[in-house]
Design a protein around this ligand. Structure first.
Ligand code: G6Q
Length: 537
């Protein structure tokens, strides 16, 4: 199916010609009720899409495209456990992990909910034991440090959420994340810690990932170097994995293994056992709150008509800029320090899912797919890259995220933070014209530099305050936004073959770095880099 040949696509192309020079200022000028019409309140979120370059007609046409691409059926297929990850032959059921209704969800004819509940119970028992100081190190001391060793989907989700929910976390425990194979990462992390008080969570779906297994072996040497008894491993290592055999071979007792399943994709796994460090940090109740939030947004996505469906609408607005305005990137700008790592988390979620150029029919796509995702917590970004968003030559649609209440109120900090958030969206949308500057008596020669064209689109998402429930809703919202876009682009969002080639080549180069023989068979650049290393190591 060629998406760009669809009548719905061509209608959007025509509509784009009418819209491309329309200013957001005009859209607001023509309709005093625009903010009301283009904002939504649901599940404790207030989502304002009015500062986008859209009209009712844009929405209607985009929804037409979504229907033409079978979005409603695709949503049903995902939730019902169809093997929609066809290139890996797997169902995609992260929604079952937070299915608080406990309605059966079937994979290959088997209801997975009892196993999901059992895994959650095991996590809860273990987390409680660690939090209460009942889980002791081999030397009998309480655990003070939890170090999660994992990478990609086995790192970014729990690392992001542990920081996002830090306000709700136990301050008696230090939760760290080691992901990079660079020895600096684990060295710096272990530096100030005692093996007696440290518990490692080795998080790897496959339990074969080079970075994770190398770091895990180094951690094991560190622990055994201290205790000099193999038995110590049982008190200081647990595993989160789908691969029991490899976990056992590493020396971890399978009773200290937390399972998940092949129908949970790495970057969609933080509500599975991969979330163990989160539950240890914030406790079972807060973790349940997080799941509750995910579930609420899952239900909203599944049950709400496309016209009022928040993830669908945000996904469609993204398509509008990406494919018609030809925007190359999308900024995520959380005005909350706790959400500092949201952009990095979403970078993987979005770019690994939708960074594809072959469609479901095995053909090259005929339109742009996933954008570059980037961002930084407000207000830091304002003093760094916002210049380009305001006055650069590129169109960068941005999502602003903020909360009415601060979790750490202090003087007028929060009011200042929010005034900046609101002001940025206002400045980006409405700009400042040369005439306004003239009327203010600005020096003639500076007018071109000081004027702002505006018409730079933003979406603002607000909630009363950052809670585990709201965080779950926000993450699920973006997961489903990404899904929506993948369906429209007709690509497989749940595989990641693009990470393979580099891994294979690294495997070939590794022995060459150790061997003295200098007959290298790569291209001249790669050969020179390897030779440079050998001369200077
Ligand atoms: C995510 C990817 C990838 C994966 C890591 C770690 O969707 O699959 O980021 O999570 O490569 O893999 P393991 O968990 O198997 O170590």
């Amino acid at each position: 199916m060629d998406l760009t040949a669809l009548m719905e696509w061509r209608n959007l192309e025509r509509h784009f010609l009418e819209m491309k020079d329309v200013h957001i200022k005009e859209l607001f000028g023509n309709d005093p009720k625009r903010a009301e019409k283009f904002s939504m309140e649901a599940l404790g979120l207030y989502v304002d899409i009015s500062k986008n370059r859209i009209t009712e007609e844009t929405k209607r046409l985009l929804i037409g495209l979504a229907r033409a691409m079978g979005l409603e059926q695709a949503i049903d297929d995902m939730f019902s456990g169809k093997k929609i990850n066809e290139t890996e032959g797997r169902a995609v059921l992260h929604t079952a992990l937070r299915n608080r209704s406990h309605r059966p969800v079937y994979v290959d004819g088997k209801d997975v909910m009892p196993e999901v509940d059992k895994a959650l119970k095991k996590m809860a028992d273990f987390s409680a034991a660690v939090r209460l100081g009942e889980w002791k190190g081999f030397g009998g001391k309480k655990i003070k440090n939890i170090i999660n060793i994992g990478i990609g989907g086995s790192d970014l989700g729990p690392a992001f959420v542990c920081e996002a929910l830090k306000y709700y976390s136990s301050r008696n425990l230090d939760i760290c994340f080691v992901s990079n194979i660079d020895p600096t990462h684990i060295t710096e992390t272990l530096m100030d810690k005692s093996p007696e008080e440290t518990l490692f969570v080795i998080a790897s779906k496959t339990f074969t990932t080079q970075e994770t297994m190398t770091n895990a072996r180094t951690a094991k040497e560190w622990v055994l170097g201290h205790f000099r008894e193999n038995k110590a491993v049982a008190s200081h290592f647990v595993a989160v994995s789908t691969n029991e055999k490899a976990v056992r071979e590493f020396g971890i007792d399978p009773k200290n293994m937390f399972i998940f399943w092949d129908w949970v994709g790495g970057r969609y796994s933080l509500t599975s056992s991969i979330g163990l460090p989160i539950m240890i940090a914030v406790g079972q109740d807060n973790f349940s709150g997080l799941l509750e939030g995910f579930f609420k947004m899952d239900c909203h996505f599944h049950d709400t008509p496309l016209e009022k469906n928040i993830p669908v609408l945000l996904g469609l607005i993204g398509i509008w800029y990406n494919n018609f305005f030809r925007a190359q990137s999308h900024a995520i700008l959380p005005y909350d320090q706790y959400l500092r790592r949201f952009p990095a988390y979403l970078q993987q979620a979005d770019m690994e899912s939708n960074g594809k150029s072959v469609n479901k029919d095995g053909k090259r796509v005929t339109c742009q797919t996933g954008p570059v995702i980037w961002g930084e917590a407000g207000t830091n970004g304002q003093h760094a890259f916002y210049q380009l968003i305001h006055q650069g030559t590129k169109l960068i649609p941005a999502d602003f995220i903020g909360f009415a209440k601060s979790l750490n109120p202090r003087g007028d900090h929060h009011q200042k933070l929010l005034s900046n958030l609101f002001a940025q969206t206002e400045a980006l949308a409405f700009g400042k014209s040369e005439n306004e500057l003239k009327n203010e008596g600005e020096e003639e020669r500076l007018i071109p530099y000081k004027s702002f064209t505006g018409n730079r689109p933003t979406t603002t998402i607000m909630a009363e305050k950052l809670t585990p429930v709201i965080l779950g809703e926000l993450i699920s919202l973006y997961e489903h936004k990404i899904f929506t876009q993948g369906v429209i682009w007709n690509i497989y969002s749940f595989d990641q073959w693009g990470v393979q080639l580099g891994k294979v080549l690294a495997g070939l180069i590794l022995p060459e770095l150790f061997c003295e023989d200098d007959k290298l068979k790569h291209d001249s650049s790669t050969n020179s880099l390897i030779e440079y290393y050998k001369k200077n190591k």
